[in-house]
Ligand binder design. Sequence first.
Ligand code: S3P
Length: 437
Amino acid sequence: MKNIFRINQKINPFNKKIFVSADKSLSIRWVLLSSLSKKKSIAYNLLKSEDVISAISCIKKLGSKVNFKKKKCEIVGTGLNFNLNKKLILNAGNSGTLGRLILGLLINYQNNIKLIGDKSLSKRDFLRVIMPLKKFGANFVSNKNKLPLNIRGTKKPKPINYFESKGSAQCKTSVILAALKAKGETKIKAKKSRDHTELMLRHLKLPIKIKKTKKFDFINVKGVNEINPLNYKLPGDISSCAFFIVLTILSKKSKVLLKNINVNPSRIGIIKILKKMGAKIKIINEKKYKGEKIADILVRSSNNLKGINCPTKFNSSAIDEFLVIFLVAAKSKGTSIFKGLSELNQKESPRLKIGSKILSLMGVKNQVTKNSIKIFGNPNISLSHKIIIKKYLKDHRIFMMSTIAALTFGGNWTIHDANSINTSFPSFLRKLKDLEH
Ligand code: S3P
């Protein structure tokens, strides 16, 4: 695939059904949890992307057996304890989710493990997981709380009390995984974030108690000696759908049906926000699968979009989708304001900062601070100038956002690092092409 992508034409009207690729959060969780069972777990439609392949490479190094062919992946794990205790190097690649979650699994690995990652991951904060995991008894040596870091686990992890204050599912999950290995009960009070791990544990009938209040989730997890295998059919990823949702909303006379998507309430902030802005989106054919909600999403071209003063209660459930939400704001009547978004700058690239830069390159007036952005929308926006997008740490979502902007607003775009889509949505460009036929 060419690594530089050029677009100089808006997309023609389309009316299509799309299956996006499988949910990345669920795929990584399935791989890690399966590695904790000594019996065979089977997944169908596991996401075959670089982040998931990195997860598989890590658990293989730790002793799990994996057979991933076409649509089916089988894992026979090590159980909760490891059979080996040699020094290892694990590579989390580009994935913050993998890097943070796997540290929870390593809490009882009794030799040195060095965790490394790519250039983008090596700039990201690991203190957020080092702090709680230290309390279980693990030792860390790191490069100013960033990668590369060394972890040495403990034979007897102690349960902890933990307050997760960032709304980070990665931190919460890392602690939940470690808690499965500690003798006794770990008590977590967590700001709202995606709850896939909790639902998987509940489905596995593991000793987890969950109490949800408006602002916080209270989660108690007890250590166990073994866990059952987990068979799973992975649904589509709402974060990958987001690009097609916004493409459709901003295109003329178009309609798309996104099939079999995970619409867990902790993930559908984008739908709630865009509906408030006047977008035509419907969730249909809802069903339950192993505790998760799955549905189809019907989207139509939407005129008369209006700006939003976005309630911060949606931040966590739309965290990976803000870049494309900003594009809708750019085409809406009036000003939009998004606040409390400092976590966006902690992603694969500083997305709030770079999102604002891209809007500026497009000629969209915006004001950005460390944690907020104000976007001055224009329903008649149409571009014809040259725009070059590069130097953004090869962030997949920045590449895909730029592609959607080019296809809907016009202009003459050169977008670097097309290969970045391989981390989360390798078939993105192919699916876009399918809309043309
Ligand atoms: C994820 C959690 C979110 C999200 C990331 C995936 C997960 O990060 O941005 O893409 O699978 O747990 P934080 O937990 O840091 O908010």
